[in-house]
Design a protein around this ligand. Structure first.
Ligand code: ARG
Length: 574
């Protein structure tokens, strides 16, 4: 279906062409009005054009309006302020759009004009450690972006770039060989690996022979020593088992889980090629990429891709990864979702890839996010001062949700309560994260994120439950979604918001900001609730009853589709 802004932009472009022949339609952006009193959509095209033509914008706006053919879309077009053109939609037009949306299997989401092949690199925890609160945002953001990009028709490949080849394996393998507690390993493998690492790391600080021995183990691993590889594999497998439990719990999946180790055999080749091409050079024994003519990077240390002892680095692996993704997956675009601390790394990586691949380089983007803060406004920590484990957070979210559900609806069976607790608890965590503008830090607050009122997952899921319950009470499912009259102002207001769903989804991918969707969904729930208070549904006379049931149905579908795009499930009862 053609969206309302598309209809208006096309009409504006035509009207403008009769004034200046060279104007392109992109001049004519149309955005929703912030204040409904001014109209439904607005364009500031007359401002830009006025400047270009040296005429007062209001005069240009008047000229545009007199050539504008939008009678079937708008009941009124007027000028406000310095020369804004305001469009007031015709009720019949809104009704027609709604009919199309109701019949559309994509719930009105227009397909992307130019589908891309997008690789999403997200979550990517390090093995031998449990996932902690720092991985939350990457996992939630990455998963939501993958769902949204797929929904608009891009080809998406998700890849969990595990940190499974770090220098910590020297200590871990040494610890495994000399200090392993088998019983503890059987009980809780990750905890035992964490303990081993801590113990050896501490010991190696006072005892140089342990440090040397750990280094030797690492070198052996990198040289392909069978025993060390076996230990490494065991540690990796245990870690994956643990991670996968968490992903399953969260409903997050990956197309690939190619950890850093996967690229190990390619690293020397990458370094040699970069040297041959003159992209990298030797400096004090190490192989480095310098960015001498890049104002943003020239003052930082160069990017090292091989140390003087032959060791490769995080950056080397990431360079090999870009190459692999281009060659094997033909990617147009690679998105990396990590926190702001890795900004320099990605700036250097992207600059090096540009030198290396030139035009062949895909679009590379770092999707940065801020920290989750505790009540003291510092990055959140557990009581012991360690990072909070992700699994603990998920368990607590469910436990708290279960309490709320038990109080709200004690009639639910035990199974229904557990299911609802999972959906609400996990949904609340995801929503609290995704509703923030991703650049910003936010304060984690259980009461706020689980509140049944306000911009929260429980509120939206509850709104969905409420709509669905109408259909359980309606003895006949007589829905008429082929004709809407939208006589009550609350019906029209709800309908106008519903037909903007596609316009809410598309801009998310311009700068990868899912919070635009949460704002849309919250506003939808608010408008639905106003409609529901003002307009009886089941008690209304036909044909109004069937029309209102159809409005309820599209609202439910849009809430569900929207929440699912954020990775959040819905409930039929709560
Ligand atoms: N393993 C890294 C970490 O936990 C994140 C990896 C991000 N992806 C990448 N291709 N570098 O910080």
């Amino acid at each position: 279906m053609r969206s309302t802004p598309q209809c208006l932009v096309a009409a504006l472009a035509e009207a403008i062409r009769s004034i200046v022949s060279a104007a392109s339609p992109s001049h004519a952006a149309v955005t929703p009005c912030h204040d409904a009193r001014f109209g439904d959509y607005q364009s500031n095209v007359a401002m830009a054009l006025g400047k270009k033509l040296g005429k007062p914008p209001r005069e240009v706006a008047q000229q545009i309006i007199s050539g504008l053919k939008v009678d079937d879309v708008c009941s009124k077009v007027d000028i406000a302020g310095a020369g804004f053109i305001n469009f007031h939609l015709r009720t019949e037009f809104v009704a027609r759009q709604l009919v199309e949306m109701a019949a559309d299997s994509r719930n009105g989401i227009a397909p992307a004009a130019q589908p891309r092949r997008i690789i999403l690199d997200f979550s990517s925890p390090n093995t031998a450690k449990s996932m902690h609160v720092g991985h939350i945002r990457s996992t939630f953001l990455g998963d939501a972006l993958a769902r949204i990009a797929r929904a608009v028709g891009h080809a998406v490949i998700t890849d969990n770039h595990l940190g499974d080849w770090g220098t910590n394996f020297g200590m871990l393998i040494y610890g495994y060989k000399h200090r392993l507690d088998r019983a503890a390993l059987a009980r809780s493998p990750i905890a035992e690996f964490e303990r081993l690492y801590r113990e050896i790391n501490a010991a190696s600080q006072s005892d140089k022979s342990i440090l040397d021995a750990a280094r030797k183990e690492l070198a052996l691993l990198h040289a392909g020593d069978a025993e060390n590889l076996k230990i490494w594999k065991e540690i990796t497998d245990f870690s994956l088992l643990e991670f996968n439990k968490t992903y399953q719990h969260l409903g997050v999946t990956f197309d690939h889980t190619l950890g850093e180790s996967f690229y190990n055999p390619m690293l020397q080749g990458v370094v040699d090629e970069l040297k041959k091409l003159g992209v990298a050079e030797l400096s004090e024994g190490a192989t480095c990429v310098f960015f001498r003519d890049d104002p943003a990077l020239k003052d930082a240390a160069p990017m090292i891709i091989q140390k003087s002892d032959g060791a490769f680095l995080y950056a080397t692996t990431d360079l090999a990864t870009v190459r692999y993704r281009v060659n094997e997956w033909k990617s147009d675009e690679i998105l990396y979702v990590t926190d702001a601390r890795q900004q320099l790394h990605f700036k250097q990586l992207f600059a090096a890839a540009t030198k290396w691949m030139g035009k062949e380089k895909p679009e590379l983007k770092h999707i940065v996010f801020g920290s989750i803060l505790g009540p003291d406004k510092k990055p959140i920590k557990s009581r012991s001062g360690d990072p909070i484990k992700l699994t603990e957070l998920l368990d607590e979210a469910e436990a708290r949700a279960r309490k709320i559900i038990g109080e709200k609806n004690p009639e639910l069976t035990k199974e229904e309560q557990s299911h609802a607790a999972r959906v609400i608890g996990i949904g609340a965590l995801k929503y609290a994260d995704l509703c923030q503008n991703r650049d910003l830090d936010y304060v984690f607050d259980w009461n706020k994120l689980l509140a049944l009122q306000g911009n929260t997952a429980p509120y939206l899921i509850y709104a969905y439950v409420r709509v669905r319950s109408i259909f359980r009470k309606a003895d006949s499912n007589n829905i008429s979604s082929n004709r809407f009259q939208l006589q009550a102002p609350e019906e029209l207001s709800l309908a106008k918001h519903l037909i903007q769903f596609s316009d809410a989804v598309h801009p998310i991918l311009e700068d990868y900001r899912p919070h635009l969707l949460t704002s849309y969904l919250y506003e939808l729930a608010v408008r639905f609730s106003r409609f529901f208070e003002a307009c009886p549904v089941l008690k209304a006379e036909e044909p109004i009853r069937a029309e209102r049931l159809a409005l309820c149905d599209i609202t439910a579908r849009t809430l569900k589709t929207g929440l699912n795009l954020l990775g959040i499930e819905t409930l039929e009862k709560m």
